[in-house]
Design a protein around this ligand. Sequence first.
Ligand code: TTP
Ligand code: MG
Length: 348
Amino acid sequence: QWRAMGYRRAANIVKRMKMPLTASTIDLLQTKAYGIGSKLVTRMKDMIDNGGQSTLLKELKGDPKTASITELGQVWGIGPSTAHSLFQKFDIKSVTDLRAAAHSGRIKLTHGQSIGLKHFDDLKERVPREEVARIRDFVQLRAKEICAGVDVICTGSYRRGKNTCGDIDLLFCAHDFHTERNQVYFMKQLVMELKRCKFLVEDLTETFECSYMGVCKIPQQSNERNICRHIDLKVYSRRSYPFALLYFTGSDYFNRSMRHYANKIGWSLSDRDLVPVIRPEGKKGIKIKIGDGVPAVSEEEIFGALGLQFREPNERNCYGSVDEDDDDDDIDNPIPESPNISSAMHDV
Ligand code: TTP
Ligand code: MG
């Protein structure tokens, strides 16, 4: 996972370089300004020597084990380690093998994995931006019938301006949601209503409270293929909302970088709050809260509290996903100077 992030970050740095990447300029990537490791630079040199082709990638593409693990990992709920053990222990090499093994009872999948497998072909397709907006509008209408003052916002890659999204991430918040009981009540009502109108067709988790994951299908539009989509619904209190908005807007890499930066200057940033902490030396993972959380009412205030320059959602793709519709090229300042989030990224 970390190696993959390093590769993604390097790919984005190279994309934004103002000069051509050649055998003579490539060593610059190892300087502090770019911070790319020597192993990765060696791989890039290999690509330059081979006319843009990577020898390792060629080998991996031809490697049946890698191909199987990649395919199995595309099933919702199956991560790299599960995919690896399905291949290694059960000799399952493809989604077809997985279906047969699950059907015969040779392996037992979790509820979410079974649903992921059932809708494999649909769920692996990315959702066009216009469809995400349609789904958001559909859910928003029902949510407002349950709680008129609810705010509904589509986060994730949609909010970062991507043309296609892996799923639909919806965040809900209202003044009425100050207790968890109210939040859970709203979520139960909403899920019930969305099931009643046959929008939600499967649950991906067996139980839920403030966070729901499922499979949805927008009621049939004229002669359109009706594809199942993965949808996440999350409800937060007004107080936590800016933190949740920041977290669920991502990208995941941007979040990691921002958290890492917060840690370095004595804060702990989560999807709920930003609190000052101390981390006792030699006790990894332990942090002690030493003050009250920052009462931010907007994302801008969270950036401000950390002394960081505000980044619009579409600027938070940086060093993020490199999917085929990646449109990060509009970021003028690829490796900006401190104090801002990208300077912290070099240390991740
Ligand atoms: P995702 O929906 O998994 O990611 P995404 O919307 O950015 O991309 P995709 O088009 O593939 O759906 O999660 C939404 C956000 O939640 C993500 O942008 C950042 C945050 N997040 C993390 O910070 N860490 C994580 O491990 C995950 C899964 C999400
Ligand atoms: Mg998403």
